[in-house]
Design a protein around this ligand. Structure first.
Ligand code: URA
Length: 438
């Protein structure tokens, strides 16, 4: 088999068979295929697409390119959740403890990533709590899940190594935004991580990788097909990312907001989406009827059990759990500034990708892989899309470490917000559910 022929076949619009796709993935993994040929095939896939069958095969080959986790020593059903990436998306930190706190025999053994581009990452948020270390050996990870029902650690490099190499190439060849490549990238890591069932939060809108409902539906259907085809119950929810999720964007700010949801005092949309995702996790694991799952996860907020679970998880990861009970310990950033409304009117639009970039500029994200994050940096919105605001009223607060960063972040945030005389059409929070209860 020659890589040249595989590239040419895809370039001419034909489907690749299992032998060809596995040859490609093996060569990427062991380094025998040079980057220029891999990049050429990625570009051919970008323009010619892949059938669902090709994507399923590519995903399985990528999942087999490294270790597959054996979670059989964790008692009960294991459920994993994945978001395709958004701004202000702190749901994993809320719903993983909620599911574990239900005590319904469903365990959350989750691997998460760091921030990517304008989107934040669960691991950075978790590590904003002093002492937390998310780099853990497999045995310790399994012990924590068995003891408290939940653990979130960093993505292991030994799972789906082909994806790591391909993602790095896609990142520099403008081939990230390709539905079969996104689906195979995400699902290969999920399959390798070994849970029994998956809930996928496919973000759609200005702050997401996929901007339209049509693309989001295509991606969600493909990922459900891959998961189901691998014998794992898979549910995808398509959710609104045309506005940051909740009020806070930034690492410790998002921990503070996650705790406020677990205290029953959180933003309504964020709380609603967390209840729906957590209920779907229990439902995917066959724990009960959907309505009972909703009731069970909601109770964990009001009986305080989910917050206690979060504190236990933080403590198992070496973190100071007192931060969960006393949020003032997170302290204040060096520089705080207010963005005031330039005129009276309705907040018509908040360009969410731009908000993610502004948060990164303030210090909440990395500009290079090596950059250090300022955990206290970020943005708090005092108003959101659809609200009426008066000229001069505080729209958002920004937190950072220098006047220069504050000026740059403020400028980006100012450009991201549009105020109009008429209110915008309300948008749904959850557009669709695929593979679950309709
Ligand atoms: N997240 C991933 O893991 N892979 C993609 O291709 C896009 C988002």
């Amino acid at each position: 088999m020659r890589m040249y022929d595989i590239i040419q076949k895809k370039q001419n619009g034909f489907s690749l068979n299992e032998d060809e796709l596995c040859y490609f993935v093996r060569g990427v993994t062991d380094g025998t295929i040079p980057d220029y040929q891999s990049a050429a095939l990625l570009m051919a896939i970008f323009f010619r697409g892949m059938t669902a069958e090709e994507t399923v095969t590519l995903t399985e080959c990528m999942a087999d390119s490294g270790e597959r986790a054996d979670l059989t020593s964790i008692k009960g059903k294991k459920v994993d959740k994945h978001s395709t990436g958004g701004v202000g998306d702190k749901t994993s930190l809320i719903i993983a403890p909620m599911v574990a706190a239900c005590d319904m025999g469903v365990y959350v053994a989750k691997m998460s990533g760091c921030g990517l581009g304008h989107t934040g990452g669960t691991i950075d948020k978790l590590e904003s709590i002093p002492g937390v270390n998310t780099v853990r050996q497999r045995d310790e990870f399994i012990r924590i899940v068995n003891e408290i029902g939940v653990c979130i650690i960093g993505q292991s490099n030994s799972f789906a190594p082909a994806d790591k190499r391909l993602y790095a190439l896609r990142d520099v060849t403008a081939t990230v935004n390709c539905i079969p490549l996104i689906a195979s990238s995400i699902m290969s890591k999920k399959l390798a991580a070994g849970s029994d069932c998956f809930v996928l939060d496919v973000k759609c809108g200005s702050g997401a990788f996929v901007k339209t409902l049509k693309e989001a539906t295509e991606l969600a259907e493909l990922m459900v097909k891959i998961g189901t085809g691998a014998g794992k119950k898979t549910i995808a929810l398509i959710t609104n990312m045309d506005v940051p999720l909740g009020r806070n964007v930034g690492n410790s700010l998002e921990i503070i907001e996650a705790v406020s949801v677990l205290d029953g005092k959180g933003d309504k949309d964020l709380t609603d989406i967390c209840i729906t995702l957590a209920a779907n996790m229990l439902y995917a694991a066959n724990a009960a009827d959907y309505e009972e799952c909703v009731q069970a996860v909601t109770e964990t907020i009001y009986n305080g059990k989910a917050k206690k679970k979060l504190a236990e998880m933080v403590s198992s990861l070496g973190g100071k759990s007192e931060y969960i009970y006393n949020l003032s310990l997170f302290g204040e950033s060096k520089v705080t500034a207010l963005l005031a409304a330039e005129k009276s009117g309705y907040i018509y639009e908040i360009n969410t990708e731009q908000v993610g970039i502004a948060a990164a500029v303030l210090g909440a994200g990395r500009s290079t892989k090596e950059s250090k994050i300022d955990y206290k940096a970020g943005i708090t919105f005092h108003h959101t899309v659809g609200d009426y605001i008066n000229e001069g009223e505080a729209l958002a607060s920004i937190y950072t470490s220098s006047i220069g960063k504050a000026q740059n972040g403020m400028e980006l945030l100012f450009q991201a917000v549009k105020i109009n005389d008429t209110p915008p059409k309300p948008k749904k929070l959850i557009y669709k559910t695929i593979g679950g209860r309709q």
